[in-house]
Design a protein around this ligand. Structure first.
Ligand SMILES: Cc1cc2nc3c(=O)[nH]c(=O)nc-3n(C[C@H](O)[C@H](O)[C@H](O)COP(=O)(O)OP(=O)(O)OC[C@H]3O[C@@H](n4cnc5c(N)ncnc54)[C@H](O)[C@@H]3O)c2cc1C
Length: 470
């Protein structure tokens, strides 16, 4: 009988023959790919491969079918819910980092065809010279790849107006779990060709197949821009300003915030900070600014910086992009490498923001947890983030209770437990809770529908095991 170790050795030999120096089995490299940017603990995969073509991706999937190993496709592993963290040792990480070209940009049809490994910022830098943008802009845009953003259904800093990835993908090429290459979607915004498989793939977290090419919908860069940074004494005043802006029917591209604790870590005065950026046409800037000024001051805030181009605004927005690293700094200052950080990612309708923010703060006090809050408040997307010492069972239980209750709060307020980060490992329980809240006694049926979709795309259960419902 062939032992497990012998079989693994055979697999590695076969892979080595094809991928040579693009196959890695060195322990320190395997360690790097054994987790994503969340605190989820993973296991070392058996190998990491960096394919350079769709044919190579097909080869890997066919070998996985023959040998029974698992595959996790990854971009930059910046996921925050354990989405890209391996849970089984017989896993091969397929890193798309070398498939990072722009294939075509059409500045008439406003689409770009790209390989999945291109980084969000690299793409937008190139698009800038065409006067265009792909407006899906996670705070991790310097490192996050287009394939990762699509697969997590990501959103980001321009989401208040442009929404998440699902609004900005026209078509995909992917290798599914039979080894077949499928091409789905169109190059036009209107596309009604049977069931919408493109939307099924968006947010599927690498569980249905490997995206090898994407056709992205583009938007023009703003002709003119009005941006501001304001500060407030408390969260309630900041939320009121956001609501006033919505009531005024202003439609910001960016509406972001951080709390006083993050501000302190970043060396700012400990207050609540709000960024609003509105893309507009020349001539309307002063009128917009005066409305914004009114909304901020009537809510008790103070404007401390302004910008009149997207580039200038990106600079004053930089502290908001530091939310993740500042949170890790606070957690590591407290507990060093024993820190476990849990990133919540709820969204609620704007009208429910005051209640959501108030109750999150109350839950923080109830469970006596270390907590910061910030996020994409313009689309109701909040990231309450808590941390604990891994070795402190009581504190870990308290942050988990907090995590669960914040998710339940979002459900109660007609929101969602997962706005943009995906389910991964950490939100599997909350996902079931959300589905059951909307499907009176019928949630198993809905969950089975989704599991059946997974089986159709991935009949041998190869892709990203242990995630979403698995
Ligand atoms: C500092 C920081 C800030 C962040 N800010 C935001 C934010 O503002 N908005 C937001 O939405 N997220 C944010 N995130 C989370 C994360 O960056 C995004 O989800 C991002 O889209 C992940 O991209 P990635 O290339 O790192 O993907 P990975 O983490 O490598 O992968 C993400 C998922 O997609 C799958 N996958 C990756 N590539 C492919 C492919 N080619 N085919 C099929 N499946 C694939 C993986 O298996 C995994 O399940 C942030 C993370 C950090 C660390």
């Amino acid at each position: 009988m062939v032992s497990m170790v012998q079989r693994q050795g055979d697999v590695i030999k076969e892979l080595e023959a094809v991928f040579k120096d693009r196959l890695f089995t060195e322990p320190h490299i395997l360690s790097l790919y054994s987790h994503d940017a969340s605190s989820e603990v993973g296991v070392k995969p058996m190998a990491v491969i960096q394919p350079v073509s769709v044919d190579e991706v097909v080869k890997i999937v066919k070998l996985a079918i023959d040998y029974g190993f698992k595959i996790i496709p990854v971009g930059s592993s910046t996921s925050l819910s354990g989405n890209a963290t391996p849970k089984l040792e017989n896993t091969v990480i397929v890193s798309l980092e070398r498939m990072n070209s722009i294939i075509e940009i059409s500045d008439i049809d406003w689409y770009a065809r790209v390989q999945p490994g291109i980084k969000d910022d690299e793409l937008n830098l190139e698009l800038m010279s065409y006067g265009l943008q792909w407006p899906v802009d996670p705070a991790s845009s310097k490192t996050a790849t287009v394939g990762g953003v699509i697969s997590n259904g990501g959103g980001g800093m321009r989401g208040a107006k442009y929404g998440p990835a699902s609004h900005w993908i026209l078509g995909l090429e992917a290798v599914i779990g039979t080894g077949d290459v499928i091409r789905i979607g169109c190059r036009t915004v209107k596309c009604r060709e049977g069931y919408n498989l493109v939307q099924t793939f968006i947010g599927s977290e690498g569980t249905l197949g490997i995206i090898t090419e994407a056709t992205l919908r583009l938007a023009p860069l703003p002709e003119s821009f009005v941006g501001l940074m304001a500060r407030f004494r408390d969260a309630e005043s900041l939320v009121n300003a956001v609501i006033r802006v919505k009531r005024d029917k202003l439609w910001p591209m960016v509406t972001e915030f951080i709390d006083y604790m993050i501000a302190q870590v970043l060396g700012l005065e400990p207050m609540y900070y709000l960024w609003i950026g509105i893309d507009t046409y020349s001539g309307s800037e002063q009128q917009i600014l005066s409305k914004l000024n009114n909304d901020v001051s009537l809510s008790g805030g103070e404007i401390i910086d302004k910008a009149f181009t997207w580039q200038e605004f990106s600079k004053i927005l930089e502290p908001r992009r530091m939310l993740y690293s500042a949170t890790l700094k606070a957690a590591f200052n407290d507990y060093g490498t024993d820190a476990f950080v849990a990133f919540e990612d709820i969204a609620v309708p704007t009208s429910k923001l005051p209640e959501a923010v108030r109750e999150i703060q109350t839950l923080g006090q109830k469970y006596n947890v270390k907590m910061v809050i910030g996020g994409h408040i313009g689309d109701g997307n909040l990231h309450p983030t808590v941390w604990a010492r891994r070795s402190d069972k009581d504190e870990m239980e308290r942050i988990m209770k907090f995590f669960e209750d914040v998710g339940k709060l979002a459900i109660r307020l007609n929101g969602t437990v997962s706005a943009e980060h995906g389910i991964g490992v950490q939100k599997k329980g909350l996902l079931r809770e959300a589905i059951s809240s909307r499907n009176d006694g019928n949630s198993d049926y809905v969950i089975n529908l989704m599991k059946n979709i997974k089986r159709v795309f991935d009949p041998y259960g190869i892709f990203n095991p242990g995630k979403i419902f698995d």
